[in-house]
Design a protein around this ligand. Structure first.
Ligand code: SF4
Length: 350
């Protein structure tokens, strides 16, 4: 059921240097032969289609995305540096900013500097230097999984398969990573796989914890409240428990609050909060997730992806497809396939 994907992906310390400049289009289905397909779902896909079917249709089926933002590039840069910090820690090497910076700067270099604004090299360096100072003697000890430190740990969890035995309304051309015609796709069985990468698995005072690095400009109680029912956190705890064969107590949100520098000096802050999930919550995650994926598969079969407007705007801003959804349906393809949207591509670090 559970498979560690120890592929040729570079270790955390060198991953960023290997990112190709041009990434291929990401498709939902992978052909297994005999009209069988695999549907690999990661946490961001899961969140997308549980929030809005239309958004999932635009991004995951039609492959139209909104590309990078300054916040996501900066967050990925910090994440890359923390991967080095913890990969070195697992080897008992002291923190070394000169090793952490290169992969982080490689991430920053993916965006035009005028887009990044205050999220520049100097601010990034200051953030990492302060992180080292704050956490170089932290009490976490990093677990090994199959003789490999649990840092940026890739996984695949096999949920089993769904018998379809029918044409699905969405075309093979949109769904499959082969060059198939733009006609409904016949699917016999659909294998469902949950994939992702766990940032860290650690032990503290005899208890096991998943750690997830977060970079946010918004903190406060409501930010942390959301982690109590987080599908990502519960899912990663379930997976970590399966990998280790031991009970996992919960997950730490390892948060870096990164804001535009101000005179008050509160532009960079570090916060950690643990969230405990008992066995019944993790079992519920498994049930919920398979049910949600099955519902999405039913959408793919029917070709009906209704708008769910609750998430058109939220505290972080507006849905990137708001301008599309605001148009009459017959005009939407013009905007969706304009330069405002880019191809949805693989992110080898996701
Ligand atoms: S704008 Fe609203 S309805 Fe349209 S895709 Fe986004 S969340 Fe869904």
């Amino acid at each position: 059921m559970l498979d560690l994907t120890f592929d040729d992906t570079p270790t955390a310390a060198t991953a960023s240097a290997a990112v190709p400049v041009s990434l291929p289009r990401k498709y939902l289905f992978h052909a297994l032969g005999n009209d069988d397909y695999e549907l690999a779902i990661d946490n961001s896909n899961l969140e997308l289609f549980t929030q809005c079917d239309t958004a999932a249709y635009y991004r995951l089926i039609l492959g139209r995305s909104t590309g990078m933002t300054a916040a996501t590039v900066y967050g990925q840069a910090i994440h890359s540096a923390l991967d080095v910090f913890y990969a070195d820690k697992a080897l008992d090497l002291p923190p070394d900013i000169s090793r952490m910076l290169p992969p982080a700067l490689a991430e920053l270099a993916k965006a035009p500097s005028d887009m990044l604004g205050w999220r520049n090299e100097a601010q990034l360096t200051e953030t990492l230097v302060r992180y080292i100072k704050k956490y170089s003697s932290e009490l976490w000890s990093i677990l090994d999984v199959e003789s490999r430190p649990a840092v940026e740990l890739p996984f695949r969890f096999d949920f089993g398969h769904i018998d379809i035995n029918a044409n699905v309304a969405c075309s093979g051309h949109n769904l499959v990573d082969n060059d198939l015609p733009d006609t409904p796709l016949y699917v016999r069985k659909l294998r469902i796989v949950y994939t992702g990468r766990i940032d860290l698995i650690v032990e503290q005072a005899g208890k096991l914890w998943v750690v997830d690095h977060k970079t946010s400009s918004v903190g406060g109680p409501s930010y942390y409240e959301g982690f109590r029912t987080s599908s990502q956190f519960r899912g990663y705890c379930y997976i970590a428990g399966q990998l280790l064969g031991r009970e996992v107590s919960g997950a730490f949100a390892n948060v870096i609050l990164a804001r535009q520098p101000t005179k008050t000096g509160r532009d960079i802050e570090y916060e950690r909060q643990p969230f405990v999930y008992d066995e019944s919550l993790l079992a519920e995650w498994r049930h919920n997730t398979f049910t949600n994926i099955s519902t999405f598969v039913a959408r793919i079969i029917s070709g009906d992806f209704p708008q769910r407007t609750t998430h058109c705007t939220n505290k972080f801003g507006t849905c990137p497809y708001l301008s599309v959804c605001a148009l009459p349906p017959h005009l939407r393809p013009h905007l969706l396939y304009s330069g405002n949207y880019t191809e949805h591509t693989w992110n080898p670090l996701a």
